[in-house]
Design a protein around this ligand. Structure first.
Ligand code: ADE
Ligand code: ZN
Length: 333
């Protein structure tokens, strides 16, 4: 079996995907038209042409503007259902989806509109294709602690439908310490925690995410490699890093995929996983991230298998489900 066929054949979990980042230009255009929302593009080609980024912030500005077309429960259903169809195509059998309520509540869209549409799509994907999903609510770190606390309050009635909380948006200048108290309250309420750290920010932010936010996973974390002691700690803890190769390339965290440190970290014993982050903006879903990375870094079949097993090991599935998927991987030859 070729490496690309192996990638397609192996079941996998996706642990780092922002639902707002799965809004394909075609759907953005369609929803904008039906909702009568003005967007600064005349057609789908113009939307695609705007997707040239030089860092995280230049992407976020365009990404938040695109999300402004989403108004109704049906919009969030359509968005999530379209993403889950891509999961089916890529053999992603389990996904843990980030959503950013503040991006929507700031525009007057109710929290329940956002989560209601997402949950309905997740339920349809479970019934129709057997894909399991969990939701992780992210706080926008460029906004205040007070706004994060308000968002946490809004989430409490939906506690049973939200497995954890995360932290995303503009990293530099907004360290995890800014949200220490919010995360403490979230943990008290029973939420698991994750955080974006070490994407553009320094290794110190990864340390803060571990020490102050008590995260179960680090999202990105690629800059951890600059701190040898931190690397040892990540290996000792078997702390998962949800790495997003094409995102790192498009946001210029790395100059070329061939320079990506994922393989080095894998060899060093870090529990790394491969994810798509914002696939509609960065040029590919999970399998495309795998194939591009495999070609650029000359990954072996064994390494591809390990990465797929890692995706389950690092997930919030039960131990039984993790075991079941990992033994399924062993049976595919
Ligand atoms: N929100 C969506 N994608 C993100 C990323 N790569 N980093 C931080 N915040 C994000
Ligand atoms: Zn992300």
């Amino acid at each position: 079996m070729s490496l690309h066929s192996l990638i397609a054949a192996l079941p996998k979990a996706e642990l780092h995907v922002h639902i707002e980042g799965t809004l394909e230009p075609e759907l953005m255009f369609e929803i904008a038209q039906r909702n009568g929302v003005e967007i600064p593009y005349r057609n789908v080609e113009e939307i695609r042409a705007a997707y040239e980024f030089h860092n995280l912030q230049s992407f976020l500005d365009i990404y938040y503007a695109g999300a402004a077309v989403l108004l109704h429960e049906q919009d969030f259903f359509d968005l999530t259902y379209a993403y889950l169809l891509r999961c089916k195509a890529d053999n992603v059998v389990h996904t843990e989806i980030f959503f950013d309520p503040q991006t929507h509540t700031a525009r007057g869209v109710a929290f329940e509109t956002v989560i209601g549409g997402m949950l309905r799509a997740c339920e349809a994907a479970r019934k129709e294709w057997g894909i399991s999903s969990l939701l992780i609510m992210c706080f926008l770190r460029h906004l205040s602690e007070e706004s994060a606390f308000e968002t946490l309050e809004q989430a409490l009635p939906f506690k049973e439908n939200i497995i954890g909380v995360g932290l995303d948006s503009s990293e530099v200048g907004h360290p995890p310490s800014k949200f220490e108290r919010v995360f403490a309250r979230a943990r008290e309420a029973g939420f698991l925690t994750v955080a974006h750290a070490g994407e553009e920010g320094p290794p110190q932010y990864v340390r803060e995410a571990l020490d102050l936010l008590e995260v179960a996973r680090i999202d990105h974390g690629v800059r951890s490699e600059e701190d040898e002691e931190l690397m040892e700690r990540l290996v000792d803890l078997q702390m998962p890093l949800t790495v997003c190769p094409l995102s790192n390339l498009k946001l210029k965290v790395v100059g070329q995929l061939a320079q990506h440190n994922l393989r080095r970290m894998l060899k060093r014993g870090v529990l790394v996983t491969v994810n798509s982050d914002d696939p509609a903006y960065f040029g590919g879903y999970v399998n495309h991230n795998f194939t591009e990375l495999a070609d650029a870094l000359d990954l072996t079949a064994g390494e591809i298998r390990t990465l797929c097993k890692n995706s389950f090991a690092a997930s919030f599935l039960s131990d039984e489900e993790k075991e079941r998927w990992c033994s399924r991987i062993d049976k595919i030859v």
